[in-house]
Design a protein. Structure first.
Length: 410
């Protein structure tokens, strides 16, 4: 194995021997004058099998790359990207492999990010290997990202959706996912994903249930896109996408005058059996969203950037007979410690005093319930409310906080 990064830095950073970089082989490399940035080629055959599937997918025996090695205090960070010269090769390959993406891919790359702390990992200590955002919530001895990154052109407005998947090794699952903000779309823009349901009536979207909420009263945006398919190591150039999931958000839906909004109301659409032309895809819908209460001084859509209160929820619809359960869960967080009086003032702008202590605060409120549609009964229910204030029960006795919870299951 010829890997100059391991040879150069593993002595001071032993965690490299447990990272994805240990398995990679370079057929060539050249350092720039600063000793930080480099160019080179990854040897597909010599890289212990970790690049075999990707190399076959894009038709390359060597993958030209550029990258950098940065040392900050006791941390080594290595970033590697397939070179710009490979962009068109990756694009053409993945448009052929995932035929849904025909003429939609604007960029495609191999991306490797490795972070190792000096003297840790590799000396008997437990190793944490994380990917993507998980690195923010887990202890980081080693952080490895070994990804395929793509950008899709969505819609006539030229919106760009960035999606990412871990590189499949020896075949396996290809899971391309992306979360988005401010990516405006129309329903027509997503028809290319929906197979037989991608018609002019948008049969994949719950139009009948949400007909009143059209772009005349709200704006559509893409919140999430996910595609899953199995990569056969024997023939990785032909992938059947088995599941497609998109979350389409309707933003700035008015619930109460210019005070209370759904922003967004996200419709989660999941399709299976997407690539078998003889079978109509199965579609399941759900809802996620946030109800936002604006401050009484900043009502209207301008107040949605900094609401006083936000209630997040999700809802699963039954899909009989496979999934006969209706489920709803919600959570109100109040990190700013706003009072109940402020909540009432936001909802009722008139100056009405109902006698509550100014310190009375709802810190959190949770609700979670499921109902079986076969029996028509609630099978489980949970709710919890946590309040804080000086409740002043007696002259010399006070309660600073009260929590109430109810838990029921059939």
């Amino acid at each position: 194995m010829a890997n100059w990064i391991i040879n150069e830095y593993a002595g001071d950073y032993p965690g490299l021997n447990n990272s994805i970089l240990y398995f990679l082989a370079f057929s060539s490399h050249e350092l720039d004058g600063d000793g930080i940035n480099f160019t080179g080629s990854l040897d597909v055959t010599g890289s212990n099998g970790v690049l075999t599937t990707l190399g076959a997918m894009v038709g390359l025996n060597d993958i030209a790359v550029s990258g950098s090695v940065n040392i900050d205090s006791t941390t080594l960070t290595v970033n590697i990207r397939s070179a710009d010269s490979e962009d068109s090769i990756f694009i053409r390959a993945f448009e052929a492999i995932i035929q849904l993406f025909d003429s939609k891919i604007t960029a495609a790359k191999l991306a490797i990010n490795t972070i190792v702390e000096a003297g840790q990992a590799g000396d008997g200590q437990p190793i944490t290997v994380t990917n993507g955002d998980d690195s923010e919530t887990e202890p980081d001895l080693i952080t490895d990202e070994f990804d395929i990154q793509m950008s899709l052109s969505i819609g006539t407005s030229g919106g760009q959706a960035d999606i990412v998947s871990q590189v499949p090794i020896h075949g396996g699952m290809l899971n391309l996912t992306g979360d988005f903000t401010d990516l405006d779309i129309g329903l027509d823009d997503l028809n290319f994903l929906m197979g037989a349901l991608g018609d002019e009536d948008h049969a994949w979207f719950p139009n009948d249930q949400l007909e009143a909420y059209t772009p005349n009263t709200a704006q559509f945006c893409l919140l999430n896109l996910s595609l899953s398919g199995f990569v056969n190591a024997a023939d990785p150039t032909n992938i059947d996408i088995s599941t497609i999931s998109v979350t389409v958000g309707l933003t700035q839906l008015v619930l109460l005058s210019d005070r209370l909004y759904m922003d967004p109301l996200g419709v989660v659409i999941t399709l299976t059996d997407t690539t078998d032309n003889a079978i109509t895809p199965t579609v399941v819908w759900g809802l996620v969203g946030s109800a936002k209460l604006c401050n009484y001084n900043t009502p209207g859509v301008d107040g949605l950037d900094s609401p006083d209160f936000e209630f997040d929820f999700s809802m699963d619809f039954p899909n009989l007979p496979d999934f006969p359960t209706f489920a709803f869960s919600g959570n109100l967080e109040n990190p700013s410690g706003n009072s109940v009086n402020l909540m009432l003032k936001d909802l009722i702008p008139e100056d009405i005093d109902i006698g509550l202590d100014e310190k009375l605060t709802v810190n959190s409120f949770e609700i979670d319930t499921e109902a079986d549609m076969d029996t028509g009964t609630i099978s489980s229910f949970y709710t919890s409310i946590d309040m804080s204030a000086g409740f002043g029960l007696l002259v010399n006795f006070d309660l600073e906080s009260v929590s109430i919870s109810v838990d029921y299951s059939a």
